[in-house]
Design a protein around this ligand. Structure first.
Ligand SMILES: [Zn+2]
Length: 415
């Protein structure tokens, strides 16, 4: 990996970086669409490429089950298997083991789970996770970590953090011995739950191991914790992580979360949200999400967003048409997914341009005013951005501030 910070924001901690991997250059900060089963739901690899996306995520757990490692090895890796010529990141498989299997038991050796095929006890060790990711061949691979929900409290959080450090050592050693270090880039995952002391300890230990890792992820968040806690942990981690390594917050995809994280110094994020919500009929826009199922869209002849360059908006597909077919015809999922991936790319591309031009604080104020202005600014976003010198409420004495996560949704009036 070649990683170079090209510009930093004069006010916030945001930066623009160029990350060169074996399958090309990805500019950061960026949002990574999730292709769980080696396919972005609703789009071909060529369509994803045509949207300008250069980095997507595959799930190791799912690819290991189906098609299985032998098929991936025989075909020459997941890039070839899915016809994707750009950069690819795989997770370690640990998160799905814990979230999908109620029988998973964590031991020092690894995660013991019941095989979904035979029910036999099967062990995923840190070495095995890296070995599977070698067969998949992603440009960025993740360490196996001991994952606990962000809502877990007590000694289990400290145990999981310390074990994640020990498992990182095993991943680093296995990866180095396999001779894949120059082709595939291993990321560490900072754990420690919502406890700043544990996070700090984990950061110290993982930063000591920087020679063995190409980048760092901030894990264990986006699991239902209070957003005001979420951003403080992200900030703590981003502030301490090495400047010369990419920083990745896992499981983040709402536009406001992406921009707050970028302002705190985060470079990468992933989430199934924009593609999943598209299939449920929600189009993302700079004025907030639009629920196309609502009957008010039945007679709207304009596109989702007339300034959007995505194929759906560019070809003038009307909101009335999308309302007519959304959640009923697969082509609607396809049309709205292209739009939503483009929206995420515009949010992050706009952030990169603004950081380069020295106008990122203005970009943030404009985005939040358009997105939340009428309904009220989420208090956690106001607090988070104030911590890096941007006051969303500056010059807006009438502005409304709302508690909670602030996600703004139009609920369906259709059955
Ligand atoms: Zn569009």
């Amino acid at each position: 990996m070649q990683f170079e910070v090209l510009a930093t924001c004069h006010t916030t901690k945001a930066r623009v970086s160029r990350m060169k991997l074996a399958h090309g250059v990805t500019m950061l900060p960026t949002f990574m669409p999730v292709a769980t089963q080696a396919a972005i739901k609703g789009l071909t690899a060529q369509q994803v490429e045509a949207l300008g996306v250069t980095l997507i995520l595959n799930n190791t757990y799912h690819l290991n089950l189906r098609p299985g490692i032998q098929v991936l090895k025989d075909v020459g890796g997941a890039h070839k298997f899915q016809g994707w010529n750009h950069n690819l990141l795989t997770d370690s498989g640990g998160f799905q083991l814990v979230s999908l299997s109620k029988f998973t038991k964590i031991t020092e050796e690894g995660a013991l789970f019941a095989s979904p095929f035979t029910g036999e006890p099967t062990m995923l060790t840190p070495e095995e996770s890296i070995s599977i990711q070698h067969a998949i061949g992603a440009d960025i691979i993740m360490q196996l970590d001991d994952v606990v929900s962000s809502l877990t409290t007590g000694p289990r959080v400290a145990e999981a953090m310390a074990r994640s450090v020990r498992w990182l050592d095993r991943c680093i050693e296995f990866h180095a011995n396999a001779g894949r270090k120059d082709v595939q880039n291993l990321f560490a995952i900072v754990q420690g739950g919502l406890d700043p002391v544990l996070r700090d300890e984990c950061l110290d230990e993982m930063i000591k191991r920087r020679d063995g890792v190409a980048g760092y992820a901030i894990g264990g968040l986006s699991g239902g914790e209070a957003k005001d806690t979420f951003w403080r942990i992200v900030k703590q981690c981003a502030d301490k992580l090495p400047f010369d390594r990419p920083r990745y917050v896992m499981g983040v995809g709402f536009a406001e979360d992406l921009l707050v994280c970028a302002a705190l110094g985060v470079d990468m994020a992933d989430c199934v949200f924009p593609t999943r919500t598209a299939r449920f009929g929600v189009a993302l826009t700079f004025n907030g999400p639009l629920n196309l199922k609502l009957s008010k869209h039945a007679t709207e002849l304009g596109p989702i967003d007339d300034r959007c360059p995505c194929p759906t908006c560019r070809d003038g597909v009307s909101r009335a048409m999308l309302h007519h077919i959304v959640t009923l015809e697969t082509v609607a999922a396809h049309a709205v997914t292209q739009h939503n991936i483009t929206f995420q790319a515009r949010v992050m591309g706009g952030a990169r341009d603004a950081i380069l031009q020295g106008t990122f604080p203005t970009y943030l104020r404009t985005f939040f005013a358009n997105y939340f202005g009428e309904d009220g600014y989420p208090e956690w976003c106001v607090n988070a951005l104030r911590s890096v010198g941007v006051d969303l409420l500056e010059g807006k004495p009438e502005a409304k501030v709302v508690q909670g996560d602030g996600a703004k949704w139009e609920y369906s009036d259709a059955s």
